[in-house]
Design a protein around this ligand. Structure first.
Ligand SMILES: Nc1ncnc2c1ncn2[C@@H]1O[C@H](COP(=O)(O)OP(=O)(O)OP(=O)(O)O)[C@@H](O)[C@H]1O
Ligand SMILES: [Mg+2]
Length: 502
């Protein structure tokens, strides 16, 4: 057994009168990857924000290398070698990679910023981590995955000995995840101790040495990974509550009369993404599988009017339609639950309620006035909270104060309230816990059962296989196949299909 590099003892934290952490103990051993696991709102991010000085604790003690420390702010944490990669990325998009890495600690020469020295040093730091990219590129030109790696490089350049990764893979593709895991193993070899937060059990089982499980702000257990398995972790996670339904695929009846709800023909989105043709039947759940960058998101964005099509036709219920804006798309009955919920899905300064009812406002007016019925809108928001099991103490809470997974549920509630004809979901379960995933999948099925159409994009093949009736595969901007779910026998088969160019 190694020695404890960090100990948190008896940590308590409340926001207002809501107690979020209750007498939590947490010990990180030197050089280990320690998974912190728990449902949405269990208190994982809050515990780590206390460790990194973002939040102050109400009571409790923190020790680093056996020495009592008083971490009041992020500067104190940094001085103690602690860094955190947040659930929400924090790079400045308009600055270069190198400028971001040295932000606030620029290398100077005779009083001026030494840009070439910073570029050179940034390159070395990145190369050490096996990342080969030009440090002069602006961050807004990078994929989410690459931004994530840059954040890590930035933390490491500050000599962090303790690194917290809060759901780092929620928006990464499979291959980016592989790269991240390589970096984590490299850091571990260099003696960095890490806390790893994730809702993906396969990641936890493959990367961590020890696991701590939080439930409703209480520590349930800490144990070495050898003593745990998937079933044990899940049973600690959900506690005495009803046992979790596994996401098992069930064949659905949907094509009785083969009515088409949507027909996309020869859609051209860019020089790379073209000849996109597919059909969606009433009641069908259609999956789109492909690697990151293959064009999945672009197809959804075009149907939702965020991108302009360069050619081809879109037919809704047998009639050709023209979608020039999101307003058009919404009017025709499309809904899009976007991949990047913080940027596109929510108004962060507003309450849970005003976010949930946003697309539905017109239906909440009193008589012929422009006044919103307070009673009707409160009822709707309260229903959403119950239906999707959204964890918040009130519908009036500001949405950015909800935990990550609960924010995602509000996005889904918002679009369901609009009662769309076609629901498009782009990685909807990124960052939501197992319980909520099962709920979201149930919601998708029920929605399709009403004879509506669903288009579902996910990098998690297990998920596609558990919910879709049919899956189309795309490779490098072209559709390469359409397979009925019942003809797919394993995840591997699908994995192979998405990696083939024909
Ligand atoms: N600044 C804040 N003000 C008020 N409440 C907060 C604040 N930050 C967090 N909370 C509440 O504390 C609880 C725990 O949130 P936390 O973000 O720690 O959960 P989490 O375990 O990280 O969940 P997730 O898996 O969804 O990210 C939630 O109910 C959340 O709404
Ligand atoms: Mg969190």
């Amino acid at each position: 057994m190694g020695k404890a590099i960090l100990e948190m003892k008896g940590i308590n934290k409340s926001f207002g009168n809501v107690s979020v952490l209750k007498d939590v103990d947490f010990t990180l051993q030197e050089g280990e990857v320690h998974a912190l696991v728990g449902g949405n709102g269990a208190g994982k991010s809050t515990l780590m924000k206390i460790m990194t000085g973002v939040y102050s604790l109400d009571s409790g003690e923190i020790y680093i290398n056996g020495e009592r420390k008083n971490i009041q702010n992020t500067k104190d944490a940094k001085e103690n070698g602690i860094a955190m990669i947040f659930q929400e990325l924090s790079l400045v998009p308009t600055m270069t990679i190198a400028e971001n890495i040295f932000l606030g600690e620029e290398i100077t020469k005779t009083g001026f910023r030494d840009v070439s020295a910073m570029n050179k040093r940034a390159k070395e730091i990145l190369n050490d981590l096996g990342i080969f990219i030009n440090p002069e590129l602006k961050v807004n030109q990078l994929s989410v995955g690459m931004s994530q790696m840059i954040e890590i490089a930035k933390a490491i350049s500050k000599n962090a000995r303790i690194l917290v990764l809060d759901e780092p893979t929620a928006s990464l593709s499979d291959s980016e995840t592989v790269q991240l895991f390589r970096i984590i193993r490299q850091l571990k070899e260099n003696g960095v101790s890490m806390v790893y937060i994730s809702h993906r059990m396969n990641e936890i089982l493959s990367i961590s040495d020890a696991v701590t499980i939080l439930r409703d702000g209480k520590k349930i257990i800490t144990d070495n990974i050898e003593n745990l398995d998937l079933d044990k972790i899940i049973s600690h996670l959900v506690g005495g509550e009803a046992s979790q339904k596994k996401f098992e695929w069930v064949e659905r009846e949907y094509d009785a009369n083969k009515d088409l709800i949507l027909k996309v023909k020869n859609l051209k989105i860019s020089d790379k993404i073209q000849n996109i043709s597919f059909e969606l039947q009433k009641g069908e759940i259609l999956g789109i599988a492909g690697l990151m960058g293959s064009g999945r998101t672009e197809i959804l964005e075009t149907l939702f009017g965020i991108r302009k099509k360069l050619g081809g036709t879109i037919e809704l219920l047998g009639k050709e339609i023209n979608i020039n804006s999101s307003q058009d798309a919404i009017r025709y009955g499309f809904a899009l639950i976007p991949e990047d919920r913080r940027r596109q899905g929510l108004v962060l300064g507003h309450s849970v309620k005003s976010n949930a009812i946003l697309p539905y406002l017109r239906n909440l007016l009193i008589g012929k006035t422009y006044l919103i019925s307070e009673k009707a809108s409160n009822e709707l928001a309260n229903d959403d909270i119950k239906r999707l099991n959204i964890k918040t103490d009130s519908i009036h809470k500001r949405i950015n104060l909800l935990s990550g997974g609960n924010q995602q549920k509000v996005v889904i509630a918002k679009w369901l309230n609009m009662n769309p004809k076609i629901m498009m979901l782009d990685e909807p379960t990124a960052g939501v816990d197992i319980g909520a995933k099962t709920e979201i999948i149930e919601i998708i099925r029920k929605f399709a059962d009403e004879g509506k159409g669903v288009i579902f994009v996910s990098s998690e093949l297990t998920e596609l296989l558990s919910v879709c009736d049919r899956i189309i595969t795309i490779f490098d901007g072209r559709i390469t196949g359409s397979i009925l779910r019942k003809n797919i026998n394993s995840e591997e088969e699908l994995q192979n299909a998405i990696q083939r160019s024909e």
